[in-house]
Structure formats: structure tokens, C-alpha cells
Design a protein around this ligand. Sequence first.
Ligand code: ADE
Ligand code: ZN
Length: 326
Amino acid sequence: ASLVALSQAMPKTELHLHIEGTFEPEQMFAIAQRNQVALKYDTVDALKDAYQFTNLQDFLDLYYQGMSVLLHEADFYDLTMAYLNKVHSENVVHVEIFFDPQGHTERGIPFDVQIKGIRRALEDAKKQWGMTYQLIMSFLRHLSEDSAFQTLKEATPFLDWIDGVGLDSSEVGHPPEKFANVFKACRDLGLKVTAHAGEEGPPDYVWQALDLIHVDRIDHGNRALEDEKLIAEIKHRELTLTVCPLSNLKLCVVDDMNDHPIRKMLALGLMATVNSDDPAYFGGYMNDNYQALIEQSKINRNELYQLAKNGITGSWMDEATKRIHL
Ligand code: ADE
Ligand code: ZN
């Protein structure tokens, strides 16, 4: 079979996925209409035409606009279920999903409304297909650490439903050190910890994610490749990198898919994985990301195998489930 066919058929995990980033324009318009809220764009096509980004912030501006039509528990359920249906059809067997509570509480949507809808869809997917999951609450780094602490407080009744915490949104100007205290509180609660680092931010931000946030994983990590000592440290700590090829291309983190750094990461012995980040905005789900790596970055069979395996070993599923998949 061709490598592309193999990549489609193989069981996959997704470890870097923002549920609000799976909001397809068609569904966004349907939910906007149902909720009687206006979108800034008149048609699905006009909205899609706006998906041209030169950097992370360009994208984030549209991402926060898009999620603002989510009002009710059913909206969060429908959004999550649509994503799970899609990736189930792509042979994704385990997902680790971020949600951005502050993107909703800031607009008056209570924490419980969000998490109840998302969780119910995840549980339904588990019952229907045996798909396993982890739920990761992500703090918005352009907001204050106080706001993150407030979010953690609102999450307290639901800590049994939350497996880990992350850090996302505008990276440059918002280094991990800004959030050292709240991540310490999260670790003390037994939560796993990850952070977006080195997507646009410098290697020093990745060092801070390691030494001040004590991450269990690194989201993106592209710019870590600029620092040899940092590469050695990431290897020493056996940290997985959740790499997002099509995202990197759309946000101009890489210039050309033909030389995406993921092959270099593997060659260096780093635990890189393939993920879709915000598939509705970046032009592809899991299989599209693998296909781009195969057809454009020219990854070979061994690299494909290693990436899929890293997706299992680097996940936060329990060890017994990992052994089933390995
Ligand atoms: N929020 C959603 N996607 C993101 C990304 N790729 N980087 C930072 N924040 C995000
Ligand atoms: Zn991301």
C-alpha cells in the first residue's frame, strides 16, 4: 500500500487540538443562526476567504470571533461531536483536547456550560467507538495570571473531568514565567502540564516552559531547534513535542512544507508527533497533516511509523491502554 493509504489506515492519536479550532464555517453559520447572533461575514465563502494569515495573531483574531457564537451546552456538544465524528472516520483512536474556558467566560458563558457539553460528547464517543480521551484546560496567555487563577477556581468542581492544563494564545510578549505560580498550583492538584512554546516565541520561552512551568510536554517547540543545549535537555527529559505541520504552514511558522522541521526533529531523536491544532482554520485534519508530510516533506515509512508510535508513547493515556496500542 502507498504510504498515504497506510497513514490513513493506521490507528492514530491527536495530542494537540483546540476544540474551538474545529469550528467549521458551515457549522458556525448554523449555530449563529440558531442562537440569533450575527457574524461579521455574510456568507460561508466570505468567512473562508478571510482565512489567510501571516502570523499567529491574525488567526487568533478570527478564532476568538468564531467561538463567540457558542452560547449553550448543546453548542459545545455539537462542536465537539462533529470533530469526534470526523476523526473517528480517520481512524483516530485517542484524542487529547484543549478548550479555552476564558474565551467563553470572558463573554459571560459559564465554565460549567462549556465543560458539560464537551465532556458529554467525549463520553458518547467513548461509549460508541471506544475512543479514549483526555481533556486539557488551557489558559490564555494574553490575559493575566490572576485571570488564570480565577479560571482554576471555576474549574474546581470539575477537576475530576480535567486531566491537564495548557497555555496558549499570543506567545510573543507573554512568556511562561508570567504563569509560574498558577502552574505550580495546578501541579499541586495533580494535573498534567503542557504549554505552547517555541511556535513564534524564542528558545528562551521553551527553557522557561521546562524550568519554570515544569511541563510534561511541549506544544509545537519548533524554535527549540535553534538551541543545541535545549535540544539535549528536551531529549534528556524525554519530552514529547506536539508538532502541527499544516498549522505551521498557515501561520508562516514554516515557509515551505517541503522542508518542515519534523524530519530534523526525528533525526535528532526528539519525540515529535503529528497533530492538527485548529483543523477548521488550517485546511486539514489528521490525515491531511500526514498526507502533507508524506507528499511534500517526503517522510519515509520508518519516519511515519516513528511519528505514529510517538503519538502513543507521548500521550497521557494510562499505561495499560498504551500497551494495547503499541
Ligand atoms: N490557540 C489556538 N491555536 C493556537 C496556536 N496554534 N497557538 C497559540 N494559541 C492557539
Ligand atoms: Zn495550538
